[in-house]
Design a protein around this ligand. Structure first.
Ligand code: GDP
Ligand code: IMO
Ligand code: MG
Length: 428
């Protein structure tokens, strides 16, 4: 019996899709447990075909894996149908995809409110993906949300949408000077869409627990990353859910004591999309180098990702917050051809050295990186198959990150492809 949590250790886009795909053949189940189509997970198959997944678990690309959109996810019905048909058009078998009856539905008014709120915030905006994620989670917590199972009872569904829209329309019209949404139209639109996914709605929690009892392996695939977590991230510049490992139990209905491994995905440098503090961010030619060499463009919004050097303070924090047992270090290949590679080992905050995340938001805004430098390497490492194949200086860089992060680096990515991975210790 094994439940494995896979999470981003930084600000998202660490390469979670690739890691899930790599483990694919050893898994029976892949479950998304939070977030929605704010996520963009890239998977490159051995034949070179590239897929960008948003709402559907990355396990969908491995034949025979059961995929679940867990109760902690927010599901935009239109996006779900488009993503499903996009996969089916490319001959991906989607029949095994299930949606938890308790997953919340992301409605058109959530998208409208996300966009107007960001515009209203002006230069204080979060830089959201504009997909309605925050407003949908707000409704969940405010207990006025609509869940997947609600579409199975059209009368109840209509009542819930009408009740939710009563207040939403006041906000849209009176505060933001937008047009009201017509409840009957929203109900019609979503119920029509529901015809395309109703048959996938299931009580997934007992199914997952039974699978674990049978000895099957369940991967709980997180979206976003530790520092985008609404509790443990760089609040308020975060997403509205809990990507951290604790969220995996809540968002899937699996008991925390069933989780045997927590795999953190860690980029060999750092990136961030949207607003918020980022101590190692680079504004010089090295930032451009990382962005260009690493292809750092958002999969969901197409925005340029902000880039910076590796931050060990963040990695240590992620190890602790999530109970990370193993790391998958991605994109080591991007760092080839540097004379020396900086690592941020601590911060200087208002003249004092700190080794941990500062307690206050102001402290984190003031944090300046304290760098240590490792000798670089010039070789192309994209075809390396074992740790010993790596140049000695690249090995030393990995070992130093391992030491600073406090968890074993079990896999190393040397390219986007499934086979461009060095496995030092098997995860499963
Ligand atoms: P996710 O959101 O965490 O799944 O990550 P994204 O898909 O948004 O971004 C990661 C990007 O890095 C994708 O384009 C991947 O194909 C790519 N990638 C993943 N691992 C590696 C690696 O080891 N080396 C290189 N060069 N690219 C990688
Ligand atoms: P994956 O799963 C990177 C960021 C947004 C914004 C903040 C809040 O591909 O790693 P939201 O729309 O969630 O309310 O936006 O979170 N963000 C991500 N950044 N990767 C993601 O997903 C992200 N999902 C949300 O840019 O700063
Ligand atoms: Mg991504």
């Amino acid at each position: 019996m094994a439940a494995i949590v896979l999470i981003g250790a930084q600000w998202g886009d660490e390469g979670k899709g690739k890691a899930t795909d790599l483990l694919g053949e050893k898994l029976q189940w892949v479950v998304r447990y939070q977030g929605g189509n704010n996520a963009g997970h890239t998977v490159v198959l051995p034949n070179g075909e590239t897929f960008a997944l948003h709402l559907i678990p990355s396990g969908i690309l491995t034949p025979g894996v059961n995929n679940v959109i867990g109760n902690g996810v927010v599901v935009d019905p239109g996006v779900l149908l488009t993503e499903l048909s996009g996969l089916e058009d490319r001959d991906v078998d989607t029949t095994g995809l299930m949606i938890s009856a308790d997953a919340h539905l992301l409605m058109p008014y959530h998208v409208a409110i996300d966009k107007v709120t960001e515009r209203f915030l002006g230069n204080k905006k979060i830089g959201t993906t504009g997909r309605g994620i925050g407003p949908c989670y707000q409704d969940k917590i405010a207990r006025v949300g609509v869940r997947a199972a609600d579409v199975l009872d059209e009368k109840i569904f209509a009542q819930k949408v009408e009740a939710a829209l009563e207040l939403k329309n006041q906000i849209l019209v009176k505060i933001y000077n937008r047009r009201a949404l017509e409840p009957a139209q929203v109900v019609d639109e979503v119920l029509t869409q529901a015809e395309g996914f109703k048959h996938r709605i299931a009580n997934t929690q007992p199914l997952l627990n039974e699978a674990l009892e049978r000895g099957e392996t369940v991967l709980l695939e997180g979206s976003q990353g530790t520092l985008l977590d609404v509790d443990h991230g760089t609040y308020p510049y975060v997403t509205s859910s809990n990507p951290t490992a604790g969220g995996a139990a809540v968002g899937s209905g699996i008991g925390p004591n069933k989780i045997t491994t927590v795999l953190g995905i860690l980029k060999a440098y750092t990136t961030r999309v949207g607003s918020g503090p980022f101590p190692t961010e680079l504004f010089d030619e090295w930032g451009e180098y990382l962005a260009k060499t690493g292809g750092e463009v958002g999969v969901t919004t197409g925005r340029a990702r902000r880039c910076g050097w590796f931050d060990a303070v963040i990695a240590r924090y992620a190890t602790r917050i999530n109970g990370i047992t193993d790391y998958f270090l991605t994109k080591l290949d991007v760092l080839s051809s540097l004379d020396r590679v900086p690592i941020c080992v601590a911060y200087e905050v208002d003249g004092e050295r700190v080794d941990e995340m500062p307690m206050t938001q102001t402290g984190f805004h003031h944090a300046k990186p304290v760098y240590e430098y490792m000798p670089g390497w010039w070789e192309d490492i994209s075809q390396c198959k074992t740790f010993d194949d790596l140049p000695k200086t690249a090995q030393d860089y990995v070992l130093r990150l391992e030491e600073l992060s406090g968890a074993h680096i079990s896999c190393i990515g040397v390219g986007p492809g499934r086979d461009q991975t060095i496995v030092r210790r098997a995860i499963i």
